[in-house]
Ligand binder design. Sequence first.
Ligand code: AMP
Length: 376
Amino acid sequence: MKIGVLGAGQLGQMLALSGYPLSNRFSFFDTTGSPSAEIGETLCDPSGDQLESFLSQVDLVTYEFEHLPLDLVKRVAERKALYPGVEALRVCQNREAEKALFDRLNIPVAAYRVVESAEQLAQACQVLMQQGAAAVVAKSITEGYDGKGQAVLKDPSEAETAWQQIGHSRLIVEAFVDFVREVSIIAVRGRQGDVVFYPLAENHHAEGILRYSLAPLPDVTDAVQHQAEAYIHKLLDSLDYVGVLTLELFQCADGRLLANEMAPRVHNSGHWTQNGSITSQFENHLRAIQGLPLGSTKALKPTCMINIIGQMGDTQHILALEGVHLHLYGKSERSGRKLGHINVVADDLTSLIKQVRLVSQHLPNAPEPKFTCVAV
Ligand code: AMP
């Protein structure tokens, strides 16, 4: 089976790495002009002129990147089986459409407003703060990722500056959630509607970029895990989704989960599954889109994923530590760039945190690893 992947970054590369044992071969289509996947064939074509030639080489198509031109993706779907479909991508490209879907499915989110000017932003900020928000987060409706296109406002008087800084004509303004922690759930839906769920992961960001994901979490009750599963299941079914879907959530002090956003693809917060679970998110995505039985999502051991951001760090020393798996993406160093990640696997949580601390000492600018599920 020759699989066509729209996007050619590290996620595509890791999909291919897990697909070779399934006898899959890969062809990537890059629209950004800077592909990084170094496995299979890559067609770099920002104009989309060579789409036909790409499609003629593949049996089915998936995507590993959501900032794709929707017209191009529609052209793909007219010619080949595309999993997940166009609608999932359309919704995930637009925070307003995403929030509307959450609302329609009764999936709770932070209180929000849509605004189209600095004045409306100031008004929305005032209303949300009157309703009890200590601050608000303004986000561009399209094109935001890794915290880009966002501003936190502590007072309506900051609206003009935030509006200029974000530089978009339509924004979502959300109440700032005083969450206990950020978690994500990854689920996989097969072509027959069969669904499996991974355990929730706890995620830590710095400057909007994910730094650590830890799973499984000893302090997640069955009720909370099932609640997250119920939310993502509704999303999967309503989109008639095939493949891996990720839902990022805020967990509040009372245990409540509020949906933040979703990603229609394999996700950085699921990289732990490569070494910490029976079947990785990458393999399960490939199984799903090919109509194969889905693999077990059971966690093998406590696992923590650590991102390598900007600078490579001392990988020699890191590799010498016990329980460490290094995954590099073949990219050169640049501030804020994801260069690779490390999965640390241990027999118990205490040993895991000890190893994670040791690894972080060899990574320049790594924030101190702190997790709510572990007493410091
Ligand atoms: P997003 O691009 O929506 O995932 O936002 C990036 C990060 O900003 C999230 O992972 C949170 O750490 C933070 N953030 C976003 N929205 C909110 C919110 N409403 N309340 C508190 N923090 C937020």
